[in-house]
Design a protein around this ligand. Structure first.
Ligand code: PMP
Length: 353
């Protein structure tokens, strides 16, 4: 480790990016991206932003068109919307704006791997709350936190969605702390906690355009909450970046929110593919966690998941292998196109024989 590193940098490890393979026909089911391209209107809007020939100018510091488009989509006002460079950035700002060194926050033991990373960077103590045996959330164990709560809903990598009564219970029992609900996968699941924003000033909902809106490459995430919390986030983000993402991302993401029909159709298609794939995996003897996301969390019966992962990789199919406490021997498989999932299922059938 370099002697030039600050105390903060020493507390963390460099991020290991999702695996890539240098094969053109690789089936990439390892980082929960959308297998379909974004709406053609997104591409047209980015082209138009390029044609405007204004890249030498800073983008609008308040990102008004994008914030309006998001607010209109969810029946909110622009003052209830914050945007950033991917929800990872918005999550990091939330840790800085709402959590404090010296006050312990709670998050589920099995959940998004970045929460402990941000906690360490910002020196925030944390308690990992174990999930129930079936991976559901033990609601009461999130009550009365000292410093706040953050959890993904649906959870990752388990793919399980918690009903809004559970989220509401946690909000009610943490009235003086911020509860961040990370809804990266919510469009593949039940209702969003957005409908609770009016009643809970301690609720911050974070979503992304990387999954259901197929814009992982543009890096646009957003937070929704009462204006007081949104204003808190702008205190952290610096001047010319205040609410903003870059000009091209702003143009593309705004168009994505305006094309509801495309979004709705491709999301439904992914859900239908998911349901078919769950059936096939169950028939092959996998233990599949009921999924409300665009990925499956599954355990092969009497087989080593690591071996399966390696064998799939040899065939040009990339999935994620998990082997950590509580989730030993699991594969996380992103839902691809119907054709990609058929190739996966056929490969698994041969390997399992
Ligand atoms: N939250 C969860 C639970 C995720 O799985 C991810 C992406 N893997 C993110 C946030 C971050 O997504 P992005 O930065 O692309 O918006």
């Amino acid at each position: 480790m370099s002697r030039f590193l600050s105390t903060v940098a020493k507390r963390t490890e460099p991020y290991v990016p999702g695996e890539q393979l240098n094969q053109p026909d690789i089936i990439k089911l390892n980082t929960n991206e959308n297998p379909y391209p974004p709406s053609p209107k997104v591409l047209a809007a980015i082209q138009k932003a390029l044609d405007d020939n204004s890249l030498q100018r800073y983008p609008s510091p308040t990102a008004d068109p994008l914030r309006h488009a998001i607010a209109d989509t969810y029946g909110l006002t622009k003052e209830q919307v914050f945007v950033g460079n991917g929800s990872d950035e918005v999550l990091a700002f939330s840790f800085m704006a709402f959590f404090e060194p010296g006050k312990t926050i709670k998050f589920p033991e099995i959940s998004y791997s970045f929460y402990p990373v941000y906690s360490k960077i910002f020196n925030i103590p944390f308690e990992k709350v174990p999930l129930n045996e079936d991976f559901t959330l033990p609601m009461e164990n999130f009550f009365q936190s000292d410093g706040g709560v953050i959890l993904p809903n649906p959870n990752a990598p388990t793919s399980i969605y918690a009903d809004l009564d559970v989220i509401e219970g946690i909000l009610q029992q943490n009235r003086d702390q911020v509860v961040v609900i990370d809804e990266a996968y919510i469009d593949f699941a039940g209702p969003s906690a957005i409908k609770l924003i009016d009643r809970y000033d301690n609720l911050l909902v974070i979503q992304t355009t990387s999954k259901s809106r197929a814009l992982a490459g543009l890096r646009v995430g957003f937070a929704l909450g009462q204006p007081e919390l949104i204003e808190g986030l702008t205190r952290i983000k610096d001047s010319f970046n205040s609410y903003t993402v870059d000009r091209l991302a702003m143009a593309g993401a705004t168009a994505a929110f305006q094309d509801h029909a495309y979004f709705s159709e491709s999301t439904k298609k992914i859900i239908r593919t998911r349901e078919r794939c769950v059936q096939s995996l169950i028939e092959m003897g996998f233990d599949v966690v009921p999924s409300d996301a665009n990925f499956l969390f599954a355990k092969p019966a009497n087989l080593d998941a690591l071996v399966l992962y390696e064998q799939l990789k040899e065939r040009g199919i990339l999935v994620r292998h998990f082997d950590q406490e509580g989730i030993n021997n699991y594969l996380r498989i992103t839902i691809g196109t119907d054709e990609q999932m058929e190739v996966l299922v056929e490969a698994l059938k041969q390997l399992i024989k």
